[in-house]
Design a protein around this ligand. Structure first.
Ligand SMILES: Cc1cc2nc3c(=O)[nH]c(=O)nc-3n(C[C@H](O)[C@H](O)[C@H](O)COP(=O)(O)OP(=O)(O)OC[C@H]3O[C@@H](n4cnc5c(N)ncnc54)[C@H](O)[C@@H]3O)c2cc1C
Length: 448
C-alpha cells in the first residue's frame, strides 16, 4: 500500500518505520524541519510501564484542587480557560471513576510492556546506539508519601514489574549522587525500567526508515485530508523560518537532504491508499472537518537540560539513571553527560509563554537532590505539549473516516508507548491480528 504518515514525532517515526518494514511505500509529512521537533524533542525519557497510567483517576480531581493551593504545585491551571478545556475537564472527570480508570490503566500498561519489548528488539536488531541507562527510582520524601505510594505497589506486583521498596539509605546506595541534605523517607526501585533519549532514537530510526525506502517531506504542512478509498493529502511547503519556529529548544534545526525536499510554493495534492495521522496536537484541525472531534488537550510541561559538572572525574555526582520526586511529580534523568529535569502540568495558556513558577519548581527539585551538579548557565529550557486524551489511552486504528487511520493521543507516555503502538498499528493496517489485544484503544470509545 502507499501510505502517508502525517507527523514525524516519535509516534510518526516509529509508525513509518514499522509500515516500511512490512513492505509498504511510505511518505512522511512533517511541518517542522526535522524529526522529533515538537513534543518528542526534550521529554524526560522515562520508560517505566508500571507508572504509565491515566491521569483520569479516582480522587485525582480533589488532589489537583489541593495541589493548586501549594507554591510548588505539579499542576497549574491558566486563569483564562477556553470552553474546549472545560469540555475536556468534564470528560476527564467522567472517566475518573474506579472501573473506567482500572480498565484504561491495564490497557495502557499492557501496551507499555509490549512497547518496551519492541523498543528493545528494534534497538538490538538495528544496532541503534543512543543515550540510555537502566533503573528508575521513585523518591518518597515523607512517611505520608510512603503511605500514599503503597496502593501502587499492588499494581506493580500484578503487572509482574520487578520492584523493591527501599529505605532512604538504600535509595542513596542506588543513586549515590542524591543530596544528603534533603529529607528522604524511602523509595521504590524499578531495576528493569529505564531512561533513554527519545529524540536521539527518533533520529536514528529516521535513518533506518529512509534506508527502508521511506520518503520524508519536511517543512511540509498538511493542510487537509480528502477522505476516500484512495484518500488525498493536500500539503504545502513552509519556509525554513516557519518550520523551525515551533521548536522550543536551542539545538540547531536538522538540515534535510535537499534532493528529497523539492521547493513547492502552492498546495500540492497527492493520492494514497491510506493516510495515518500521527500529528498529535495538529490532528484535531485535520479531523474535525470530517466530523471527528477528539477530546485532545495540550497539557504543557517543561524540561531543563544541562551538562553535568565534573562528569568525567565524578560520574556519580548526578543521577546514574532516572529519579522521580513523587511529591512534586518531577523527574531528573541522565542523558549521557547531561541531566534533564522535567515536569509540570499546565492547562490552558500558550505553547510559547513560559511560566516562571513552573520553572522555579523544576529548579527547586533539582537543587534539593543534585545541588550544583548542572551547569545551568548552559541549560536548554523547553516547553512541550502532551497530547492528552480525556480518558488516558491513545487511539489506534481506523478513524471511521474513509481511508484515514489514527495513532495519537499518547499524553504523558508517548515515548514509553510509541514502539508498541506503531507495531500494533502496522499489524492492523496490514490486516494481521495484532500481537496484544487492542480493545479499548479504538476511536469508538470517544464517540460515545
Ligand atoms: C515535560 C514533558 C515530559 C515528558 N516525559 C515523558 C517521559 O518521560 N516518557 C514518556 O513516555 N513520555 C514523556 N512525555 C510525553 C511524550 O513526549 C509525548 O507523548 C510524545 O512526544 C508524543 O509524540 P507524538 O509523536 O505523538 O507527538 P509530537 O512529537 O508532537 O509529533 C507530532 C508531529 O506532527 C507534526 N504535525 C502536526 N500537524 C501537522 C500537519 N498538519 N502537517 C505536518 N506535520 C504536522 C508536528 O510538527 C509534530 O512534529 C513528556 C512530555 C512532556 C511535555
Amino acid at each position: 500500500m502507499r501510505i502517508a504518515v502525517v507527523g514525524a514525532g516519535i509516534v510518526g517515526i516509529t509508525s513509518a518505520f514499522e509500515l516500511a518494514a512490512d513492505g509498504h511505500e511510505v511518505t512522511v509529512f512533517e511541518r517542522c524541519a526535522g524529526v522529533a521537533s515538537e513534543t518528542s524533542f526534550a521529554n524526560a525519557g522515562v520508560i517505566a510501564p508500571g507508572y504509565v497510567t491515566p491521569w483520569a483517576a479516582p480522587g485525582m480531581a480533589s488532589k489537583v484542587i489541593k495541589h493548586l493551593l501549594s507554591q510548588h504545585s505539579p499542576v497549574r491551571i491558566n486563569a483564562k480557560l477556553s470552553p474546549a478545556v472545560f469540555s475536556w475537564l468534564w470528560k476527564w472527570w467522567r472517566a475518573s471513576n474506579r472501573a473506567t480508570f482500572e480498565q484504561n490503566r491495564s490497557r495502557m500498561q499492557a501496551l507499555a510492556v509490549f512497547s518496551r519489548e519492541r523498543l528493545h528488539t528494534l534497538t538490538h536488531e538495528l544496532r541503534l546506539d543512543f543515550e540510555r541507562s537502566t533503573g528508575y527510582l521513585v523518591l518518597l520524601r515523607s512517611g505520608q508519601d510512603v503511605a500514599m505510594a503503597k496502593p501502587g505497589l499492588k499494581v506493580l506486583a500484578e503487572l509482574g514489574t520487578k520492584f523493591r521498596g527501599l529505605t532512604a539509605d538504600e535509595c542513596r546506595a542506588v543513586e549515590p549522587g542524591l543530596s544528603a541534605q534533603t529529607k528522604l523517607s524511602g523509595g521504590i526501585h524499578l531495576p528493569d525500567d529505564e531512561v533513554a533519549n527519545c529524540r536521539q532514537f527518533a533520529h536514528l530510526l529516521r535513518g533506518k526508515a529512509q534506508e527502508a525506502g521511506v520518503k520524508f517531506r519536511f517543512q511540509t504542512d498538511v493542510l487537509r485530508i480528502v477522505p476516500g478509498a484512495t484518500p488525498e493529502v493536500v500539503s504545502q511547503h513552509v519556509s525554513a523560518d516557519a518550520a523551525t519556529q515551533p521548536r522550543r529548544g536551542n539545538e540547531p534545526a536538522e538540515k534535510d537532504n535537499p534532493s528529497t525536499q523539492p521547493l513547492q510554493l502552492g498546495p500540492v495534492t497527492q493520492r494514497f491508499d491510506a493516510v495515518l495521522v500521527c500529528a498529535a496536537m495538529g490532528a484535531p484541525a485535520l479531523l474535525a472537518p470530517h466530523g471527528l472531534r477528539l477530546p485532545l488537550l495540550p497539557v504543557y510541561g517543561y524540561s531543563v537540560t544541562a551538562p553535568m559538572r565534573h562528569v568525567e572525574a565524578h560520574p556519580d555526582l548526578g543521577p546514574r539513571s532516572g529519579v522521580m520526586d513523587e511529591r512534586y511529580k518531577v523527574a531528573i534523568t541522565r542523558l549521557g553527560t547531561r541531566l534533564r529535569v522535567a515536569g509540570g502540568a499546565e492547562l490552558g495558556g500558550s505553547p510559547h509563554q513560559h511560566n516562571a513558577a513552573a520553572l522555579a519548581t523544576l529548579h527547586k527539585v533539582l537543587h534539593d537532590w543534585y545541588p550544583g551538579v548542572a551547569k545551568l548557565a548552559q541549560a536548554q529550557i523547553w516547553k512541550g505539549a502532551r497530547p492528552m486524551l480525556a480518558d488516558g489511552p491513545p487511539v489506534l486504528g481506523p478513524s471511521g473516516i474513509a481511508g484515514v487511520w489514527l495513532n495519537l493521543g499518547h499524553g504523558s507516555s508517548g515515548w514509553a508507548l510509541a514502539c508498541g503502538s506503531a507495531r500494533l498499528l502496522a499489524d492492523m493496517l496490514s490486516g494481521r491480528t495484532p500481537s496484544i489485544p487492542i480493545d479499548g484503544l479504538s476511536v469508538d470509545r470517544l464517540k460515545r
